[in-house]
Design a protein around this ligand. Structure first.
Ligand SMILES: [Zn+2]
Length: 238
């Protein structure tokens, strides 16, 4: 009896593990980028509303934490950060179905995942409180699905929304820029991020613009283990 219970438990845990570490969908199964989504906020950007914070990809911040926070994401910041006061309404970027509320796919304390057509999923992270939407609920583009929060929980230190675009297996992370209709150049200029990408001095032009950032795979090798990084790694190049 105990053995049978153990087997059931093992099977259940394996199922969870498989769901979390499924093979990524082939790129051919994922809808191509054609600005099919909108921004996660209504109204114009600004210092009192929302602004682009950290970009997607090979950012200096992700480089510094490439072996810790971002070690399982090939060392890159796998989403876009939007600075916003806590409590700013967060909106679905496209029509879809709520797949997870506070699910296992990161960005605590609260998060929502919406599945969209074309095997795409959007994740809204660091929400202040648990969202009132339910798993299985249909949502439409622009519908409020939560309130922005702070990754450090203070609403003062780092209030922002972390937005990711993934394939539906949650194994492949896509640069959201070409999928979201917005004036990204102006947003990048106005935001606090600046250029903000880590240089590989042996290939100094690679991954230095918002729209040239690499896709990433969960568990893949680090993309930014540079021999000659700039800014240099704390304590030397290693
Ligand atoms: Zn982020």
């Amino acid at each position: 009896m105990a053995a049978r219970r153990f087997l059931l438990l093992a099977a259940a845990l394996t199922g969870v593990a498989l769901a979390h570490y499924a093979a990524p969908l082939p790129l051919s199964a994922v809808a191509p980028a054609k600005a099919q989504f909108g921004l996660p906020f209504a109204g114009p950007p600004g210092p009192d509303t929302w602004m682009l914070g950290q970009g997607y990809g090979n950012t200096t911040g992700a480089y510094r934490q490439r072996r810790s926070t971002y070690g399982n994401l090939q060392g890159i910041h796998a989403g876009l950060d939007f600075s916003a006061p806590c409590g700013t309404p967060v909106r679905a970027i496209g029509d879809g179905v709520v797949a997870e509320v506070d699910g296992p796919h990161g960005s605590p304390p609260h998060n929502v995942v919406v599945d969209h057509a074309g095997n795409l999923s959007s994740l809204y992270g660091h929400l202040r409180v648990r969202s009132s939407v339910r798993v299985g609920q249909r949502v439409t583009r622009g519908q409020v699905i939560g309130e922005s929060g702070d990754s450090q929980g203070t609403c003062v230190s780092a209030p922002h929304l972390h937005l990711e675009l993934r394939d539906r297996s949650h194994q492949r992370f896509l640069n959201p820029l070409p999928f979201i209709a917005a004036d990204w150049n102006s947003l990048a200029l106005a935001g606090s991020f600046g250029r903000g990408y880590e240089y590989d001095l042996e290939r100094p032009r690679r991954w230095q613009t918002p729209d040239s950032q690499p896709d990433a795979r969960r568990g893949g090798p680090l993309l930014n283990e540079y021999r000659r990084p700039w800014p240099p790694a704390a304590g030397g190049a290693r």
